[in-house]
Write a protein that binds this ligand. Structure first.
Ligand SMILES: [Zn+2]
Length: 428
């Protein structure tokens, strides 16, 4: 007997509605921009990857393969040097390597943190210094008439667009941010941004590449569009953080849609993750946001952070506190202990799970689990179903729903011994 596979409804930031995600035949393409590499990844950066991971795992379980391409920024912002004074020139090459090696180190840390959080690796990664792709893309924009040149670089002409800032809210500081990152006041329009930067005094310490426009480096936004184009002219879901929503993503849209037929949308759905906050404050490195290593040092298992994130919603996260993390760790230990006797198994896909529970105990839990996740990824309810299934094994014969929920939520309780043993006792 076959059943109609449920459709996942996903909120789209572009039109503020949740509608069914309709993958065409074959796999769904996903694209995401990684955090800027100027500082080591902190848990605010990691949170959005857990949300995206649940999206991918849910789709896989429902029978839709995904192709997730992660753009890993590895272009650093060189620190502004002291303006040369008193005739003493600063040495441009003195720090050329250090920023870059730090960026590479931070990209490696991100990779390790995501593994520790049980995040499925992306199918593909490309770094923002994929300069060949960038040059090809800028040339296409040039041929399409969307660029102009100044001696500081090649610029995107937003005056050619009928609309910009699709996610803009009144009162946002988008223009102020743009003015800080785009310093050439001869730009035709305040929204215009660099596609290719010729070296200016601040860029001299950064890496430079040969290009048809002279030596320079990609602008802040172009790498994402150039990299994403390797997935095809259109992408299924673009994921990202709230911080990228106002400033960076509109630039990506402008660049990518400039090469599409008029009126065509580049992205099927925009999935923006809410930032992690402590109270009213967004977690930022400058404000002391902890890294995963900091949490480990304080006695927390990485998966405790995953439980904490699953207890919220990717678009409305509860405040991050150490107290909430302690509670999540207690819940993780309890789940892992129960999972030892539940004999978790290789999880069946949705169709097989539906068939095996049909008319039996377990059907209701499976339905609740499916309904929760297909309703814009309601992980908090889905996690409750897992807790009920493990606490009341009579309602989940053979541990079938537990096995599915463990896998789709990415908790890895099947290796419960390792999880429990790795957690040091918490005092208090
Ligand atoms: Zn991007």
């Amino acid at each position: 007997m076959s059943y109609d596979t449920p459709r996942l409804r996903l909120h789209d930031t572009a039109d503020a509605t949740a509608t069914a995600l309709l993958p065409g035949d074959g796999e769904l393409s996903l694209f995401g921009c990684g955090p800027m590499p100027a500082s080591a990844p902190h848990i605010g950066h990691l949170a959005q990857f857990v949300g995206t991971d649940v999206l991918r795992r849910t789709l896989h379980w429902l029978g839709t393969p995904t192709r997730f391409l992660l753009a890993v920024p590895d272009l650093t912002v060189p620190p502004a040097p002291q303006a040369p004074t008193g005739g003493v020139p600063w040495a441009p090459a003195a720090h050329a390597g250090s920023d870059q090696s730090r960026a590479e180190r931070h990209a490696a840390m991100l990779h390790d943190d995501l593994l520790a959080l049980g995040v499925l690796p992306p199918e593909q990664r490309l770094t923002s210094t994929a300069v060949g792709l960038v040059i090809d893309f800028v040339r296409k924009l040039e041929r399409a008439g969307f660029t102009y040149r100044l001696d500081s670089g090649v610029y995107f002409d937003t005056g050619r667009l009928t609309e910009f800032e699709v996610f803009g809210d009144p009162g946002s500081d988008v223009r102020a941010v743009r003015a800080r990152t785009e310093t050439d006041h001869r730009r035709r329009h305040p929204d215009d941004f660099a596609l290719w930067r010729a070296g200016d005094w601040r860029d001299l310490r950064a890496r430079r590449w040969a290009s048809p426009w002279g030596p320079g480096r990609p602008g802040w936004h172009i790498s994402c569009s150039a990299i994403a184009a390797t997935l095809g002219a259109r992408i299924g879901v673009h994921v990202g953080g709230e911080a990228q929503r106002l400033h960076h993503h509109p630039a990506e849209i402008a660049q990518s849609e400039a090469l599409l037929p008029a009126g065509a949308r580049w992205v099927g759905k925009w999935m923006h993750h809410a930032p992690l906050r402590t109270g009213a404050e967004e977690l930022r490195r400058a404000a002391g946001a902890p890294s995963l290593a900091d949490l480990r040092g304080a006695g927390f298992h990485p998966l405790a952070l995953r439980v904490l994130l699953l207890r919220g919603h990717y678009r409305a996260r509860p405040p991050f506190t150490l107290d909430a993390l302690s509670q999540a760790q207690h819940a993780l230990v309890e789940l892992a202990t129960l999972a030892r006797s539940a004999r978790l198994q290789e999880p069946p896909d949705w169709g097989e799970a539906r068939e095996r529970t049909d008319g039996k105990a377990g059907a209701r839990l499976l339905t609740r689990f499916t309904d929760a996740l297909t309703d814009d990824l309601d992980t908090a309810t889905a996690l409750t179903v897992l807790e009920e299934a493990l606490h009341e094994p009579d309602r989940d014969p053979g541990g079938l729903v537990s096995s599915v929920a463990d896998h789709v939520l990415g908790l890895h309780l099947a290796t419960a011994d390792t999880v429990v043993d790795a957690i040091p006792p918490i005092s208090g």
